[in-house]
Design a protein around this ligand. Structure first.
Ligand SMILES: C[S@@+](CC[C@H](N)C(=O)[O-])C[C@H]1O[C@@H](n2cnc3c(N)ncnc32)[C@H](O)[C@@H]1O
Length: 246
């Protein structure tokens, strides 16, 4: 998968992309990320990329010319891949949204805004998709770009050591994931559930599924509306609701 990221602060993304799974994915050729500094496409003497808003008010707005020049200079006219603007006004990023994007293309341009955001003409005439990483406002689109690339990178076959890990993650199954434990078996008197140490795979699978259902039911009950449950699982949750069990 390939990303061309357009930002005023490429250095913000560097460390993360050079760390752990992202670094390994890049080294193995599974992921390519090209960082482009929008300022390099500003043609005036001082490489100005922002200006005051028409109509007044505080803050600065990112000018359209350097953004168009950067994206079209790298990706052609029209750009050869979807152009995603990171914005709190976009569609909310979910695991399903990430899967849809990954199915749609293996190459994306990402535009990270700053200040009050980008001139509206960028959104209208250059951008194909708008993505928000949540209902809150950050100072810039660099973290959202990293978040989006990270979510999509995990979906690339071979990026995660365990090929099943991403399939079992919270949200990938429509449920929250079951709890994890590692050694030691006892820490400060808190024990790892006996069943996980039993080596009995079928029982462990069943326990994990029940824990997953239980967690989802307790923390995010609305998620259960979109999950197909077996009769047995429905009964299990029914017993929880009646307070028959744990
Ligand atoms: C301070 S924000 C601008 C917010 C804008 N004035 C508004 O109210 O919609 C600056 C930049 O940060 C990025 N950003 C902030 N919050 C975000 C979010 N939740 N999701 C995606 N990008 C975000 C966007 O790229 C945005 O252009």
């Amino acid at each position: 998968m390939k990303f061309d990221v357009f930002t005023l602060f490429p250095e913000v993304l560097e460390t993360y992309l050079h760390t752990s799974i992202m670094q390994r994915a890049r080294a193995r050729g599974l992921l390519e990320v090209n960082l482009h500094n929008i300022r390099d496409w500003a043609t005036d003497k001082h490489h100005v990329t922002d200006d005051t808003p028409y109509g007044g008010g505080g803050g600065m707005v990112m000018k359209p010319e350097p953004i168009f020049a950067a994206v079209e200079g790298v990706l052609g006219v029209p750009p050869s891949c979807p152009v995603i603007l990171l914005t709190p006004q976009g569609q909310c990023l979910t695991q399903n949204k990430a899967k849809d994007l990954a199915r749609r293309s293996s190459h994306f341009a990402l535009i990270s805004g700053r200040y009050e955001g980008v001139d509206e003409r960028v959104r209208q005439h250059l951008v194909t998709d708008e993505i928000s990483i949540g209902d809150y406002v950050l100072t810039g689109g660099e973290l959202p770009a990293l978040v989006l690339m990270d979510v999509l990178a995990r979906l690339i076959p071979g990026v995660l050591g365990d090929p099943l890990a991403a399939e079992q993650d919270s949200h990938a199954t429509g449920l929250l994931e079951y709890p994890h434990y590692t050694r030691p078996p006892e820490f400060r008197g808190w024990e790892v559930p006996e069943i996980l140490r039993s080596g009995h795979h079928a029982r462990i699978e069943r326990w994990r599924r029940e824990q997953s259902l239980l967690r989802t039911w307790r923390r995010r009950p609305e998620m259960l509306e979109n999950v197909e449950l077996t009769e047995e699982e429905r009964e299990f949750l029914g017993r929880q609701e009646r307070g028959d069990e744990g």
